[in-house]
Write a protein that binds this ligand. Sequence first.
Ligand SMILES: [Fe+2]
Length: 581
Amino acid sequence: MGWIYLALLCMFCAFSAAYRKEHHPVPTYFGRRHPDGTLVDRSAPEFDRDIKKPFVNQKWRNDASIKLSPTVATNGGEVAVIWNGVTDPQEKDFIAFYCPIYSNPSHYLDYFYVSSSSTWKEGSGNYSVVVYNMRSTCVFKYWRAGSSYSKFVAESEELSFDKGGPEAPLQGHISMTTKPSEMRVMWVSGEVTKPAVVKYGLDKELSMEEYEYIIHTYTADNMCQAPANSTGFTHPGYVYDVVLRNLKPNTQYYYSFGSETQMSDVLYFNTPLPSGDKTPYKMVIYGDMGVSPGLRAAETANLVLDDALKNDVKFVFHHGDISYARGYAYIWEHWFAMIQPYSTLIPYMVGVGNHEQDHTHGGERDPSGAPGEGSWHPSWFNGGTDSGGECGVPMFKRFHMPDNGNAIWWYSFDYGMAHYIMMSTEHDYSPGSRQYTWLENDLRNLDRTVTPWVMIAGHRAMYCSEAYESDYVVSVNMQRLFEDLLYKYKVDLAFWAHYHSYERTCKVYKGKCAEDGITHIVVGSAGKNLDVDKWYPEEWSVVHKTDYGYGRVTIANSSALLYEWIQNDKQEVMDHVWLTK
Ligand SMILES: [Fe+2]
C-alpha cells in the first residue's frame, strides 16, 4: 500500500507545478464591475492601464464643478458624486478618489469613468459610490483623458465622516482570552485627542471604565513584499486593545468603546461559559470569507448576525482566509465594516490562512517567528506569495487571540463542555516542530471529564476529496504528519477550509472509515468564489457541496453534539450530523 501511496504522491507533485488555482480578483475600493458584471481586479495590470500619466495638475479652462451628496458620509455609506459644466467631455475622462488627500495626483484609491453616468456627454453626471472612513478627509478630482497625460478639470469639496471622523471608533470586535472572567475589546481610530476608554457595566449606565490599553499599528516597512509594502499600503490607523477583567462568567455586559471625544453606540456581549459548565450552546465556524456582496460573504455575515441575536450562537471561529486583502489595505476596512454588527456582539476568533500568511521573502519581518526567508515551504507545500506580502502582519496587529500558544497562529481555549484549538497550517506541523510540540502538550493536558468535546480548526484540509491536485498532496502530508496525534488524543471534530466548498467525512482514520476515527469538515464556503473542481471518489466522503454557507455546532450535553451546515441562499440546514459518545 505504501508504494502506491508514494507513487500517487509523486504523480500529484508533477501535476502541482502546472496547476495553479484560479486567481480571484481583488475588488477595487468602489467594488467596480466590468460591463459583464465581473469585478474589476485591483491587482491586475489593466486596473489603470488606460489612465495616462503624468497628471497635469493645472486647471483646464472651464466652469466645471463637482458636488457631493452628502458631504459628511457614514462609514460604508453611499455618496453621490455630481459634476456639471464640463466642456467637451471625453469618454475616457475619469473621476479619481483621494483618501487621504495626497499631493501626488497619481496616488488615488480608485477612480471611475465619467461615462458611467448616462449624461456624461452633456458635461454633467451623477455616480454613487460607497465610501469607508479611512480616518481622514477625502476629495474627488475630475481628470481629462489626454493622449499622453491626464489634465486636471475640477475638484470636489472635501468629504468627511460622521460620528467623529478621524476619531471615530471603527472596526470594533471582541475576543476571548483564556479566562471566562475577561473580554478583549479592539477597535481602530485615527489620532485621538482625548484618552481611549471602554465604558462598561451590567446595565446601560456603564458605571465602570477601563483606560488601560495596548496600541498596535504598522507601516509599509513592517511587511514582507509588494503590494502590501508598496502600492497597496494605506495607513491602518491605531488599533486599541483593551481587556476587561474581573467580569462574571456567562453574564451580559453593556459596553461602549472609543475615546472621550467619540464613543461607539452602547452594545452588549455575554462573557464565556466557564470551563466544564454544562449549559448547552452553539458556535459558528467558517473560512474563506472576503468581502463579496449578495448571497456570498455579506449573506454569511447577515445570517451569522441573526444566529447570534436569535439562536444562542456564542462565538465565531473563522479559520483562515479572512478579508482577502492580499496587500490592498482598504479591503480590511471593508471587511471589518461588514462583520462589525456581530463581531461586537459575540467573540470573533480567528486563525491564519494562506492569504494572510504566505510569503516568499522578507522572513525577518514575519511576526510569527517562523524561521527562514519565506513561510514554511517543504517540497510538497504549495504556498507562495498568497498574502500579497502581508506575511501575517495585519492579522497580528488587528487581532489578539488567547496568549497560550503563538498569538493568532496557534492557541486554545475552553468554552463550557468543549475545548477548541486553532492551528496554523501555514507553519511547520511536523513532529518535533514548535507547533506540533505545543499541540501535543495542549492535547495531553486535557481533562475530558471537564471538556468531553475537543475540536481543532486549521486552514488547509487534512481530508478533502476535491480534485485539486496540489492541495490534495498537502492533505496527504497533513495526514502523514499529525493525524496520529489527533487520533491518539481522540479529537472529535477537525475543521478545515481553503477549498471553497463544503464537505463532511465519515469518522475516518488513515483514509478509512473507522468507528474510533475523527469527523472532518471542510467549510471554506463563507463567501470567496466557489471552486470549480470535480471530486475524487473517496470512501470517507459522506457529503460534498459547492455552494455558499457556514457551519454551526451545538454542544447539547456531554455525550451529544450536533453539527450543521447552513446554505446561504436557502437559509436552511443542508447537512447535519449528530456525534454521540
Ligand atoms: Fe486558502
